[in-house]
Design a protein around this ligand. Sequence first.
Ligand code: NAD
Length: 254
Amino acid sequence: MLELTGKNAIVTGGASGIGKGICLALARQGANVAIADVSEEGGKQVESEIMKNYKVRALFINCDVTKMDKVDQMVAKATETFGKVDILVNNAGWDKIELFSKFDPALWDKIIDLNYKHFLYTTRAVMPGMTERNYGRIVNIGSDAGRGGSTGEAVYSGCKGGVIAFTKTMARELARFQITVNCISPGPTHTPMTDAQRDEELAGKILAAMDKIIPLRRMAEPQDIANAVVFMASDEASYITGQTLSVSGGLTMF
Ligand SMILES: NC(=O)c1ccc[n+]([C@@H]2O[C@H](COP(=O)([O-])OP(=O)(O)OC[C@H]3O[C@@H](n4cnc5c(N)ncnc54)[C@H](O)[C@@H]3O)[C@@H](O)[C@H]2O)c1
């Protein structure tokens, strides 16, 4: 049973949606979890939910993951508290749905910093400890927008495509240290991010059609994505690296 007892994890964007589901799932399997997020309220709530329900440690760290120095401090804090970091889940992300012809260039950097550069900062920060111990699991949350493209998500899908390529390169570079790097690529998932997008004109139309278009006839729940993350973080997946797994109810088949 995908045992994670004694393992320590960092989950970025763990205060909400898919990230919250991942934090709870890792804790359920026995891992201690550091929740790195800018949402103090949501992060503390996930921290106390874990401590209440599972016999593991949880730690909320207020961290803007788009700032390299803050990420370094966050990883140092998690390492100091738990002793080591075994699992990194890069999950924080955000998008605004709009056709590229209408998209405000002032938003490009915000999207690139969060959906691409943050993955570089966190990976760089956990690497020394993982390579020293010859152990590590890095799971990047991509998106099927980064595999097949997605109308209204030009900048975001470019970042997610970049995350997939970054995953493969890091898998190659870190394999000799027995560190695996994989990507879980969610399809449309019920989260506060998609709930907020329902009010937008283009996104609302796309999301409304999903339950009919998806072969398994429903959007994903955060738990569906978290189940795949737990597997990639476990020892059962120790011979899998550099892979991207779509969790999309059959909507995409790459
Ligand atoms: N929901 C979907 O349909 C869907 C589909 C494909 C991929 N994804 C990906 O899944 C991941 C999670 O998405 P979600 O839908 O759960 O979103 P969400 O908005 O529900 O949660 C995102 C979390 O990230 C945190 N966050 C945002 N900016 C941050 C920052 N600068 N520093 C630290 N934390 C920050 C937020 O506070 C929030 O807790 C993202 O990478 C997203 O791109 C989501």
